[in-house]
Design a protein around this ligand. Structure first.
Ligand code: DCP
Length: 135
């Protein structure tokens, strides 16, 4: 049903293509503008938040949740991801590349040697050379 073999890696490129095809087949490219997609993304983040609203803190892995609740959670997480992928594509941003670069910048800003208590008050700014090396 997903047209996808079990165990196959889901890539951002695959999701990008699926969203592009979905919009094209419905002649919805006209609606998939950066601003519309951003608003749709924020709306889906709201729907995702509703699932956790008023529940208090929940344990990792959500052991007490019913199967249908977890399925619903998966759907809302997916809506957020799909709109994010589509927004990035429409803006001409290579999301995978940008995210990897951001992970590297985060590592520079928050070196491993720093204790957790220190990272909240002390951060290291990446030098221009370090940023240039990331491409
Ligand atoms: N113009 C649109 C409308 C929908 N979608 C796709 C992306 C999302 O994955 C999903 C969102 O669909 P809905 O707006 O119907 O939202 P929900 O699936 O969350 O339904 P509901 O809001 O009724 O819970 O469909 C899209 O790409 N472009």
């Amino acid at each position: 049903m997903t047209g996808f073999a079990e165990g196959e890696n889901v890539t951002l490129d695959l999701l990008k293509k699926k969203m592009a095809d979905f919009a094209k087949e419905r002649d919805w490219d006209q609606f998939h503008s950066p601003r519309n997609l951003l608003l749709a993304l924020v709306g889906e983040v709201g729907e995702l938040s509703e699932i956790f609203q008023w529940k208090g803190e929940v344990p990792k892995g959500l052991p007490d949740w019913k199967e249908e609740e977890k399925e619903h959670l998966g759907e809302e997480l997916s809506d957020v991801l799909l709109y994010l992928v589509r927004l990035s594509d429409i803006c001409g941003v290579d999301l995978g590349k940008a995210a990897l670069r951001k992970v590297e910048l985060n590592a520079i800003k928050y070196p491993v040697s720093q204790k957790q208590s220190e990272t909240t008050t002390t951060t290291t700014t990446a030098t221009n050379e370090e940023i240039a090396q990331l491409g």
